[in-house]
Design a protein around this ligand. Structure first.
Ligand code: PMP
Length: 397
């Protein structure tokens, strides 16, 4: 029997039922759509066709026959799951082969793959930062890195987004010998900005600083061959850890952490996310491997991606749309205030354009936006359609 005579208000259930964010989500319904069918850049919801502008399938490989075939073959060869973590249940050939290929591609000695980018990025921070260290973090980094920061117990200083001067100030009074970690994204997922890596690293010189970069959105997009942001700047050796996701350019699911052999062996000994979580499924690893092979052998896909990105941004510029100075295929459409952002999102949706509504605290206050992303698979005609829908929508909202 309950020990409470009247219904208490401080229960977990009461808190959940009265949560403002959940109420707003259920009121507006802009997230968690049920997609019935998809084909290339087209999706169907309630029987209606929409143009997908939110997918991070930058290279458009998610329906590539070679990628699909690799996944099917791995399912047949290895079954559906390893049903356990690698220290206990062992790695499969596909895991080790993909790790070797990724390490070589990224210019690092070793790599560890996991079942999700979130897990990889969280582990990258939580494993190497510890109590007594100082973390210097760009205030706009992804939630996975914040989760790692919270687990680490290290003291944390945030610096203004992509701002070397602010980083210098944060470092100003600190003991130079104290172990520090600089935490960045390569391409910022919401803003589309490229990290100002040369200037930021320069500020940390002489400060005993270790650099971790989440390159989920730079991988496959930047660099001469798609190796990512560190390679783009010729600074691979300056970034100690490169982590990221398979759910963008590699059109699979999973994540990676690439670094020196010493660091990866330390991670295999200490990372709870690695030791106590089941391996990425062999079929997902095989899809990522096939996509990596295609990315390396066909540079025309990246050329198409960048051509589409330039084309799309010209449309937005001509319409006078604020896209937050995005320097990449991740392109926000900044609206500002939440109610208006929702109205614009809904009108675009009604006109057959599928975007993501991103509101504070997911983005800085006053920067509520619709996130869009360009893929190599989009056609110019499709991007024109987005422009036409935006022109109609923004005038009236
Ligand atoms: N880092 C960044 C910058 C991301 O955008 C994401 C995914 N949105 C992740 C990490 C997590 O990756 P995953 O979806 O593979 O868990």
């Amino acid at each position: 029997m309950s020990t409470f005579l009247s219904k208490p208000k401080n229960t977990i259930l009461h808190r959940c039922q009265n949560d403002e964010s959940t109420r707003a989500r259920l009121k507006y319904q802009p997230w968690y759509h049920h997609i019935e069918r998809q084909q290339g850049s087209r999706i169907w919801i309630d029987g209606r066709e929409l143009l997908m502008m939110t997918s991070n399938d930058y290279l458009g490989l998610s329906e590539n026959p070679k990628v699909i075939e690799a996944g099917q073959r791995a399912l047949k060869d290895w079954g559906t799951s390893t049903t356990g973590a690698r220290p206990a249940n062992g790695s499969r050939t596909i895991h080790s082969r993909l790790e070797q290929k990724l390490a070589a591609f990224l210019g690092k000695e070793a790599c560890q793959i996991t079942a999700a980018g979130y897990l990889s990025c969280m582990a990258a921070v939580a494993t190497f930062a510890t109590k007594g260290d100082l973390i210097l973090v760009d205030r706009n980094v992804h939630s996975s890195l914040w989760s790692g920061i919270m687990l680490s117990g290290a003291r944390t200083e945030r610096f203004a987004h992509n701002n070397p001067t602010d980083l210098r100030e944060a470092l100003g009074h600190e003991d130079k010998a104290l172990p520090k970690l600089l935490i960045l994204e390569g391409i910022y997922s919401m803003e589309g900005h490229i990290a100002r890596l040369p200037e930021l690293i320069k500020e940390t010189q002489g400060h005993n600083c270790f650099t971790i970069m989440d390159d989920a959105h730079g991988f496959g997009v930047l660099g001469k061959n798609g190796e990512g942001t560190a390679a783009h700047f010729g600074m691979t050796a300056d970034v100690d850890i490169i982590c990221g996701s398979f759910s963008k350019s590699l059109s699979s699911t999973g994540g990676f952490i690439a670094a020196s052999s010493a660091l990866i062996e330390y991670l295999r000994t200490h990372s709870k996310q690695t030791i106590f979580s089941a391996a990425i499924s062999p079929s997902q690893a095989a899809c990522a491997e096939a996509a990596l092979d295609i990315l390396q052998s066909d540079p025309t896909i990246r050329t198409r991606l960048w051509d589409n990105t330039t084309y799309y941004k010209k449309i937005l510029t001509d319409l006078g749309i604020d896209y937050w100075g995005s320097e990449s295929p991740a392109v926000p459409i900044v609206i500002g205030e939440t109610e208006r952002a929702y109205r614009v999102w809904k009108k675009l949706y009604d006109l057959g354009i599928f975007t993501i509504l991103a509101i504070a605290p997911g983005v800085p206050p006053g920067k509520d936006l619709l996130r869009t992303a360009v893929s190599a698979r989009h056609t110019h005609e499709e991007l024109d359609r987005v422009g036409e829908a935006l022109a109609k929508t923004l005038k009236k909202s």
